[in-house]
Each structure stands twice: as C-alpha cells, then as structure tokens.
Write a protein that binds this ligand. Structure first.
Ligand code: GDP
Length: 322
C-alpha cells in the first residue's frame, strides 16, 4: 500500500485509479490507505497556494450540459497549466455506466493527457455511503497533485445537495427548457449554489432563466445577509466553449471571497465532520448487525407487538448492548 500511495503522489494515473477503486469498493485496506494519505499533504511536484486541491462541484439536471461544461472547464484549466481531477458521481444509481456515464466518452478529449484524472463513482453501499467515499476520493486526487477537482453530480435532488456541500464552490448548471429553477429551489440547491451557470445561451429562453434566477435570489435566503456572497449568474454556450472563462473567473472570485472570510477552512472543517459522521454511523450500523443479527430485532419487534415493551425501551436495550 505504501508503494501504491507513493506512486499516486507521483501522479501516476494507474496508481490513482487503483486507489479510487479501493475507495469505491470500500476495500478493507482503505484504513491503511487513509492513514498513509493523511501523512503529508498533496503531491510534492507543484506549489499550491494553500496546499490543498480546490474542489468545485457541478450539479444540474441531466441534459443541461454538465458534461460539456466539465469538458470545457478541464480544457480551460489545462490551458492555464493546472492539474485537474474529475469525479463524476451518480448518487441515485448503484451501478457505474448509467446515463451520466454514457457521456463520459466526450471526456476522451483528455484521455491521453497525464495532467487530467477522470473517474466516475457510483453508490455501492460503502461504509458511510458517498458522503464518506467522495471525500476519500478527493483526498486521493489531492495527493496526486490536482490543483482543481471538479465533482460532477447528476440531478438536483437531496443527494446532490449533500454531495455539492462537499465542494469549496458549488456551480449549479441550468438551461432553458428544463424548469430547473423550481426543482432546484425545492431541493434547496439554489440555497447552496455559489455560481449559477445558464448554459445553452444560444437557445431561446436563456434570458428568461436568468430573470427567474434573479427573482429567486431577490427572495432572500443566506445570500441576502450583509457582506454575504452574492452568486453571480453566468451565461454560457458550453458546446462552443463560450463563457467558460467567465465561469472560471466567477469560481476564482468565489474562492477569493471564501479565503478572505475564513470560509475555506470552515467548509473544509464541515466536510471532514460530515465524513467522520458518515463513517461513524456506518460503523455503528455494521456493529448493530454483527452484535444483534436479525434475531434480536425480531425478538424486540415481537415484544413490542405483544405489548410487553415500547419501541423506545427496546431500542435503548439494543443500543446499550453495542
Ligand atoms: P449533461 O447531461 O448535463 O451532462 O449534458 P450534456 O453535456 O451531455 O449535454 C446534453 C446535450 O446538450 C448534448 O447534446 C450537448 O451537445 C448539448 N449542449 C451542451 N451545451 C450546449 C450549448 O451550450 N448549447 C446547445 N444548443 N446545446 C448544448
């Protein structure tokens, strides 16, 4: 494992891919890997300003142009000499190769570039689920020396909000004709977005989407407090690379704001806390199963049904036995 982690730190793509596979499959050696990764920060072969990869989340409904945008962002970041990681995460699917990943083919533009690491991850019932697996994968990409990691999630539901909240900067991509605004508002993603991208600006209705977003912003929320970050709305035609530099500029500006307000550290602290919580709860669940099996639960359920005890007392007994 030590050799593998060393090679990943050297930025060797196969070692990076191996480590992320270990994360995805919740391998028993993950503890050892995590301990090795925790020693010393990112890869040694570049100087990053604050010593850690910048994590940018991209989310939005299928079809709005996330993959196209990711691809264009990768190209722009590469042109600026940055090492880039891409994690495509599908929280809704337990399998790789779903709708999200069909479009991975386009990322082949960067397949032979050793400054780009691209991985997809699906939920495979890891200990702690994706809330634990994504931060682990981010740590691997960080160790491999990525300056920026783009975390792309499909959809605008609760799971996406959870994963998006792992990022330093969250970009919500919308497009005319998707009715995203309302869906995103419902899921609370409008609240956590730091940059809005209205893609497909070559289509009718883009300005209408911009107006809708402005209107939603004007309704308040955390962004309306004095001194708060006010998420910019950037129009793009990702398919032609138009506006992509503006998106990067908005991300940079947000990063500056985060650093200035001590938010960068706060977000990273929150990310680590969420990760530890996910691992802890996963561990407790595993322990519950190994200590009690299904028999104890059946027994307790029987006693509750028979009126011999109440569910709280029964639960207290099971917890006490852990
Ligand atoms: P994702 O599902 O959100 O990742 O969306 P994709 O990146 O796969 O894009 C969905 C479709 O929209 C593809 O056919 C793209 O070629 C197209 N598309 C992406 N960006 C633009 C754009 O700026 N304008 C137009 N007209 N089409 C776009």
């Amino acid at each position: 494992m030590a050799g593998l982690v060393e090679r990943a730190r050297d930025g060797q793509p196969r070692a990076v891919a191996r480590l992320i596979s270990l994360v995805e499959n919740d391998s028993p050696v993950l503890r050892e890997v995590a301990a090795l990764l925790a020693r010393g920060g990112g890869g040694a072969h570049r100087e990053r300003v604050d010593g850690a990869a910048q994590v940018v989340g991209l989310t939005g409904s299928p079809g709005v142009g996330k993959s196209t945008s990711t691809n264009a962002l990768v190209a722009a970041l590469r042109a600026a000499g940055k090492r880039v990681g891409v994690l495509a995460v599908d929280p809704s699917s337990p399998f790789s190769g779903g709708a999200l990943l069909g479009d991975r083919v386009r990322m082949q533009d960067h397949a032979t570039d050793d400054g780009v690491f691209i991985r997809s991850m699906a939920s495979r019932g890891q200990l702690g689920g994706l809330s634990a697996a994504v931060p682990q994968a981010l740590r691997v990409l960080d160790a491999a020396g990525c300056d920026v990691v783009l975390v792309e999630t499909v959809g605008v539901g609760q799971a996406e909000v959870e994963i998006a909240s792992l990022a330093d900067t969250t970009v919500l991509v919308v497009a005319p004709g998707f009715g995203d605004g309302i869906q995103a508002a419902k899921a609370g993603i409008i609240e956590i977005a730091d940059v809005f991208v209205v893609n497909k600006a070559d289509r009718d209705g883009a300005d209408q989407v911009v107006r809708e977003l402005r209107h939603m912003q004007s309704l308040g929320g955390r962004h309306s407090a004095a001194g708060a970050w006010r998420p910019p709305i950037v129009k793009t035609v990702a398919a032609r690379g138009e506006g992509v530099d503006d998106v990067l500029a908005a991300i940079e500006k947000h990063r500056g704001w985060l650093a200035e307000h001590g938010e960068l550290d706060r977000r990273r602290q929150a990310r680590a806390a969420a990760e530890i919580e996910a691992i802890t709860l996963g561990t407790v669940k595993l322990r519950f199963t190994s200590v009690h099996g299904s028999a104890a639960l059946d027994d307790a359920a029987g006693r509750v049904v028979a009126g011999e005890t109440d569910p709280y007392t029964a639960a207290d007994e099971l917890v006490a036995a852990l």
